[in-house]
Design a protein around this ligand. Structure first.
Ligand code: ADP
Ligand code: MG
Length: 770
């Protein structure tokens, strides 16, 4: 029977659990409960000189490799998941001295996507995470002697939809089917057994998760199987590693004092590369081990012998004593920081410590006695529960949920496969119902992790779905377009995470030019759907134009997003600069075609980027931007040339007419699919030819002035049309004087009219309002 497991995919360590009759944490192939979330690749010479073969190594053996080749060992990849290169957290990570591997722009990525370099090859964070999950899956299969297909995987409560999507992708790459992504604090609460609190007996807990690199706080109210998040806090950059670094500084300081070394950093920097890497690796693991011992012992020693040498080649051995008391002094600022952050979270959500029923301590660093004491002082000793196995708690919670979500499970009495709905076991008659009730009273209800908003005109925000709404949920809301002739609709959806806006995706609707717009305002409906797994889908439709509709799964952070951002910038620039209406019309129709193209950039089945559609769309946007900026529009010139031929054809020589016709065709073609340069060239060619029919141009201007008057000042129109007739007759009868004098009389007025009425500036409308 295919097994269903729970995985804590941690920043520092990953853990797999399974619940059968009992809850069990599965040991990896190395015999450990914790698998370091660390990945490296080793090149192996292939037999028969067929080149080299790569082998990915995950866990303890990868972590050991840091000492040999730190640049090729990836740690803390969880921090990179679902983030862009310009994310402030990524910038921190790149500048952070503790990140020796390379994080760079993904050369094949079309977005602001990032890659880590491992074995000289680019990998996405999802690919690295998948390697960790692959090991968790395969080690579990090895231990259970059975195939593992399904998993509940835990994610931090602050993960947004993009980060969750990246986690889901990693799981898919590893061959695991995700039953649910479970927030870590909820998993912790489940493992403490607090999920069985009844409807009438709501409890509020603070989950205090102090891990290797992060410190996560969550306040949850639990009632009837529902977990309502009241608030979250902590610090993404505070954890056991910071404690290790503080001890390291202490150890180096003590050693420098003992040997009378002025500049310890310089001494280490002067070691050859191999000893230097070895020294840092040894020191790192020695201080961590010392720290772990000090959770039980009162004193310990840190020893690193025979690696460092001074300038004279004499050995500098590290041999430092560290007492619990001294340790607590040097880590006091870190412990204080956890207390301050806890107080801050409570203050932020207007809670006082007496409103917290229980404080659940999880994460390896919660083992430190000074941390436990500090939290007990805040909340009272009786409220604080330290998990018996703080580093395994999250995986236990995931395993429990995974078990509950599986359709079938093994009878706890005889091991036969039974279904969730069976009251008793067919084989042995075991009371399954009674067992389930005693083990897990309620189903877990999932809730929206954030508030979901949409933008209205003037950057107003509109709340569509409120945080903590039970999932799945769906909401449809009516909106209106802002302008009767609007051709584009841009809907921007976003969450607010830690008080900052996080885009979850955009939806664009294009209303084709041939579409007859109904009179008055156009109504639209927007539907936002979130399923149990927090997957978001949006749909939008226009009431008056029911066939223009669009449904899309959001939050992919893929190439289409980048194109939409370019399009948005292009339109915003046009509206800011106030282009003339010809340019605006031209841009609008280009935008419509771009929207259709962008919707084909991502393959709906495989999620892959269609490179050729991407490239050509990018080119189209780029061309539209350049044309608009230079005020170059082909369509008005094409119309003008056609008008000139239709109205004043007899006054143009046949040979010239043929040239104009040819150049019109060429320009039409280049306008639609030529590059910017080809387009400009074709336009200039037609323009030059039209220049050579000088006085037909004058007639065209008079005609235009007449038309403008018909619209705005009908009384003046006749004058211009009469002048056209006079000139026409004069031309036929070769009366040069009459033609010239009429032109001289009428042209100044033509200019005045055109200045007044022609070439107004326009706006591209794309917003919505309530
Ligand atoms: P993460 O959630 O980031 O993957 P874990 O919860 O697995 O992290 O915690 C790992 C951290 O806990 C490491 O920094 C490790 O040194 C620390 N740690 C583990 N055991 C102890 C202990 N007994 N005392 C103090 N720190 C510990
Ligand atoms: Mg953790």
């Amino acid at each position: 029977m295919a097994k269903s497991i729970g995985i804590d995919l941690g920043t520092t360590n990953s853990v797999t659990g399974i619940k059968k009759a009992h809850l069990e944490i599965i040991k990896n192939r190395e015999g450990e409960l914790l698998t370091p979330s660390c990945v490296t690749v080793k090149k192996k010479k292939k037999l028969l000189k067929l080149g080299t073969m790569e082998e990915y190594i995950v866990g303890r053996n990868a972590l050991e490799w840091i000492k040999q080749d730190p640049a090729n060992t990836i740690t803390a990849v969880k921090r990179l998941m679902g983030r862009n290169l310009d994310d402030p957290e990524i910038k921190k990570m790149i500048t952070n001295m503790n990140c020796p591997y390379r994080i760079s722009a993904h050369s094949k990525g079309t977005v602001n996507s990032l890659a880590v370099v491992l074995g000289g090859k680019e990998h996405t964070p999802e690919q690295i995470s998948a390697k960790i999950l692959e090991k968790m899956k395969s080690d579990a299969e090895n231990a259970l002697g059975d195939e593992v297909v399904f998993a509940v995987i835990t994610v931090p409560a602050y993960f947004n939809d993009k980060q969750k999507h990246a986690t889901r992708t990693a799981a898919a790459l590893s061959g695991l089917k995700v039953r649910r992504l479970l927030p870590e604090p909820t998993a912790a609460a489940i493992s403490f057994g607090v999920d069985t609190i009844g409807q009438d007996d709501a409890k509020t807990v603070l989950v205090f998760d102090f891990g290797g690199g992060t410190f996560d706080l969550s306040v949850l109210t639990i009632s009837g199987g529902q977990f309502i998040e009241q608030g979250k806090g902590g610090n993404m950059w505070l954890g056991g590693e910071d404690i290790d670094n503080t001890i390291m500084d202490f150890v180096l300081g003590e050693t420098a004092r003992e040997y009378g070394i002025d500049d310890m950093d310089a001494l280490i920097a002067n070691q050859d590369e191999q000893s230097r890497n070895l020294f840092w690796g040894e020191l790192k693991s020695a201080v961590e081990q010392a720290k772990i011992r000090l959770s039980d012992d009162q004193e310990t020693y840190i020893e690193i012998l025979a690696i460092l040498k001074d300038g004279d080649g004499d050995r500098i051995d590290i041999d430092v004593e560290l007492t619990r008391k001294r340790f607590e002094e040097i880590i006091a600022p870190i412990v204080d920081a956890t207390v301050t952050l806890t107080r801050k979270l409570l203050a932020d959500i207007h809670f006082t410590p007496d409103l917290i029923d229980k404080v659940l301590l999880v994460g390896g660093s919660s083992r430190i006695p000074a941390v436990i004491t500090a939290i007990e002082n805040e909340f009272g000793k009786q409220k604080v529960l330290l998990h018996e196995r703080p580093m395994l708690a999250i995986a236990e919670g995931a395993a429990i949920l995974s078990h509950r979500l599986s359709d079938t499970y093994e009878c706890p009495h005889c091991g036969k496969s039974v279904s969730q709905s069976d009251p008793t076991c067919d084989e042995c008659g075991f009371d399954l119902e009674g067992y389930i009730i005693s083990e897990s009273v309620f189903d877990i209800v999932h809730a929206a992790a954030h508030d979901y908003y949409i933008y209205l005109e003037n950057n107003e925000r509109y709340l569509l779905i409120e945080k903590n709404t039970p999932l799945p949920c769906e909401k449809t809301e009516p909106f209106k377009l802002v302008h009767a002739d609007q051709r584009l609709v841009h809907m921007k959806f976003f969450n607010i995470v830690n008080e900052t806006e996080e885009s979850i995706g955009d939806l664009w609707l294009g209303i084709d030019e041939n579409e007859t717009h109904p009179e008055g305002s156009v109504h639209m409906e927007v539907t936002l759907k979130i399923d149990e797994n927090n997957l978001v889908e949006v749909a939008a439709g226009l009431k008056e134009l029911p066939h223009v509709e669009l449904t899309k799964t959001l939050s992919r952070g893929k190439a289409d997003e980048k194109l939409f951002i370019s399009l948005e910038n292009l339109i915003n620039t046009a509206n800011r600069k106030g282009y003339d209406i010809y340019t605006i019309e031209d841009l609008t129709s280009r935008a419509l075609s771009v929207i259709t193209d962008i919707q084909n950039v991502i393959d709906k089945q495989t999620d892959d980027v269609n490179e050729s559609v991407y490239k050509s769309t990018e080119m189209k946007i780029d061309k539209a931007a350049k044309l608009a900026e230079k005020n170059i529009t082909s369509k008005p010139l094409i119309c003008y040339a056609q008008d000139a031929l239709n109205n004043f054809g007899p006054m143009i020589k046949d040979r010239r007419k043929a040239v104009i016709r040819k150049r019109i065709e060429k320009l039409k073609k280049m306008d639609a699919c030529g590059t910017y340069a080809e387009n400009v060239k074709a336009l200039e060619a037609l323009d030059t030819t039209l220049d050579s029919i000088g006085w037909v141009n004058a007639l065209m201007m008079i005609k235009k002035a007449g038309e403008c008057c018909e619209e705005h000042e009908p009384a003046r129109a006749a004058k211009f049309f009469n002048a056209l007739e006079t000139i026409g007759r004069g031309h036929v009868n070769a009366e040069v004087d009459r033609v010239t004098s009429t032109l001289e009389e009428v042209l100044p007025q033509v200019q005045e009219i055109l200045d007044q009425y022609d070439t107004k500036t326009g706006t591209i409308h794309k917003d919505i309002r309530r």
